[in-house]
Structures are given as C-alpha cells and as structure tokens.
Design a protein around this ligand. Structure first.
Ligand SMILES: *Cc1c(COP(=O)(O)O)cnc(C)c1O
Length: 357
C-alpha cells in the first residue's frame, strides 16, 4: 500500500449523481455529467452513467480519449472551447462542442464534412462572467452566422457563470439567455438546447426560479463533492465524503508557531503569515502543493489545523487534537475542488475505489 492515497467512494458519488439527475429531470433539465475534476476517470464516468445521466462533459480531449479507450460509449461534450490545433482529432471523439468563434465553427464544419459526421455545436454567450462566449449584447448576428455552416448543426446556446468572474447565476441572467434564444428562433435558428448552468446554478432549480426554457445543466462539483464553491455552501442533500485523502505523518515535534529569523518569501513566492501561539505540536505530512491546494484540504480530525505547505511537506497543527498521533500514522482529509483536481492529477497520489455494493 502506498501513501498518500485517495479513497474514492463510488456509492456516494452514485447517490449524488442520482439526486442531481432526478431533481433536474423533474424540472425538465438534462444533466451533462462533468468528469474533468477526476481527469476523465473511467470508473467514475461509469458511475455517472449508471445514475441515469446520458451525456458526459470534459474540458480536455485527452480525458475524453481516455474514457473512450476504456469502453465508455456515451455521448461526449467538449466543455472547453476547442483549440484549432486539436479539432482534427476532436471531430473524431466529440459529439457536442461548446464554441465561441466563427473561425472555429468554419474549420469544424469543414472537418465534419470530411469525416461524414455532422457534429453538434452549442454557441456560448457571455452574460458577464468574462470567460468564454460572445458578449450578450452582440450575440444574435454571430450566432445566426454560426447556424449557417452546413457541416455542423447548431443545436443550442449556452452560458457559463460563476467559474471565472464569480458571477452568481440569477433568474435575471437566465431570462437574458432565454430572451436571446427567443430572438434567434424568430430568425429561424433552431435553438433546441439552452445550456445554462453548472453547480452554481442549482439553487435556481431548488427554489423553482429557473425559466422553463432552460433545459440543460453541466454539473461536476455538486456530484463529485456535494459542494458549491461559487455560492460558498455545502449542499445539504448531497454526500460530502466522496473523496478522502489519507496522508502519512513523517515528523511530530514541539516547535514555535512563528519562524525564527527574518521572514522573506516562501518557496512559491508567497509571504507566509504566522500567528504567535507560543510552542505548538506540529506534524509534517508527506504531501505538498504539488498534490493538493493547502488552502483547500480539511482534516477530518476537527481539532487539527492545516498551517501551510511547500511542494512536498505539509504542516498540521495537532496541539489541540485528542488523538495521540505517532510517526507513521495516517491523517484523513476532505478536499475542495482545486485540491481534488490536483490530487487526481498527481501521479504521486494512489487512487483507491471503495466498491459500490
Ligand atoms: C467545468 C465546467 C462545468 C461544470 O462546472 P461545475 O461547477 O463543476 O458544476 C460546466 N460547464 C463548463 C463549460 C465547464 O467548463
């Protein structure tokens, strides 16, 4: 057995997927199950499909390739607007593209014709979050133009909120998108899909404030972690302990709580801040910023506290803990989204599946 290791609870992920899928279905919203935070892990992908989800979305072509190579035969959506340089390969692997550039649509249309498959596109609209998409005020003409390429089928429009600018999806933002769909339809553009949300937009469904015309959400975080970072909440009806990271203790010593000497920057150029609490009991754990985000890793021992980490060492204050930790003991942690992403990406973290029973 090697450490650190990440225990992936497939039962809990399955439960979350079933809940999110059934809640969204009741409101006429199709769920795209998002696999990017687990790097397209095929076992997790299969778990999502077992919950009733029928389409998987990932931002990286390599992840989609990995899932397909491992026998996942669902429909796939590429979540990141594609690089021109990957289109040739992408057209073979991806069923639905999120796009925001006519130049890309043109190349995709030509390639689709070549392989004899009419790929689908969803044109992204930027409603203010400042990530991808045509700016909402001048979206109509551009999307009408996109609908005219014969090699691809424009199936809908979409937006992404919360991820970059932290803009909260409100009923007003959703109505803006629905209004754009209405204007497009009046110009004979067949907008079947209004793909309006991610985890941050779940409250609109919970509170029944989502316009009827919105019919697709792309959901990752809620299913994988039971959290919603944009709205700063854990989602009470979902499981939180889906991924547990076990890390080994390599040193335990009583030392001061502030460094001794003149403080400069740490190994990542950050200026660490210290609180003087006298001498404390400090454990060094064999993990670091390469494998987790030290701001997003939470001891399951409620009385322990992560202080700071460098690339390969993480320091935890165990002064207040009731547990009598020894060298070689393992500590368990829950992760936020960025920590989970890093630990799934890190080849130094072993992944263990707890079976679905
Ligand atoms: C990552 C991503 C999502 C999923 O977001 P979550 O917050 O994990 O639910 C949805 N849409 C796009 C375009 C994404 O890149």
């Amino acid at each position: 057995m090697s450490y650190p290791r990440l225990i992936i609870d497939l039962d809990k992920i399955h439960k979350n997927a079933v809940k999110v899928h059934s809640m969204c279905s009741r409101h006429g919203v199709e769920v795209v199950g998002v696999t990017k935070v687990v790097c397209g892990d095929p076992t997790v992908a299969r778990t999502l499909l077992d919950s009733g989800i029928e389409i998987l979305g990932d931002s990286r072509l390599k992840n989609i390739e990995r899932m397909k190579a491992n026998g996942i035969n669902s429909k796939f959506m590429l979540l990141r607007i594609p690089m021109l340089s990957e289109l040739r390969k992408a057209v073979e692997l991806v069923d639905v593209f999120l796009v925001s550039e006519l130049e890309v649509v043109k190349v995709l249309s030509d390639l689709s014709k070549k392989v004899g498959m009419r790929r689908q596109i969803i044109y992204m609209v930027d409603l203010g979050d400042l990530r991808e998409g045509v700016w909402f005020e001048n979206s109509i003409d551009e999307i009408v133009s996109a609908s005219r390429f014969s090699g691809v089928e424009l199936v809908g429009i979409g937006t992404n909120l919360g991820c970059y600018g932290g803009i909260i999806p409100t009923p007003e933002k959703m109505k803006q998108l629905v209004e754009i769909a209405r204007v497009l339809r009046s110009k004979n553009v067949n907008v079947k899909i209004v793909s309006a949300g991610n985890t941050a937009a779940l409250p609109l469904i919970e509170m029944d404030e989502l316009p009827n015309e919105v019919n697709q959400y792309r959901i990752g975080e809620a299913i994988m972690l039971g959290t919603d970072a944009t709205n700063n909440r854990t989602i009470e009806y979902l499981e939180r302990e889906t991924f547990i990271l076990e890390v080994e203790i390599v040193e335990i010593k009583i030392k001061p709580s502030i460094p001794v000497g003149k403080i400069g920057k740490d190994s990542f150029g950050r200026t660490p801040r210290f609180e003087d609490r006298g001498n404390i009991k400090r454990a060094i754990l064999a993990i670091g910023e390469q494998d987790v985000d030290s701001k997003g890793i939470f001891p399951m021992d409620k009385r322990a506290r992560v202080l700071h980490a460098s690339s390969d060492h993480m320091i935890v204050d165990i002064s207040e803990s009731d547990v009598d930790y020894r060298i070689g003991d393992k500590m368990c942690f829950l992760l936020n989204y960025s920590s989970l992403l890093r630990s799934m990406t890190s080849q130094y973290v072993e992944k263990i599946f707890s079976k679905r029973g």
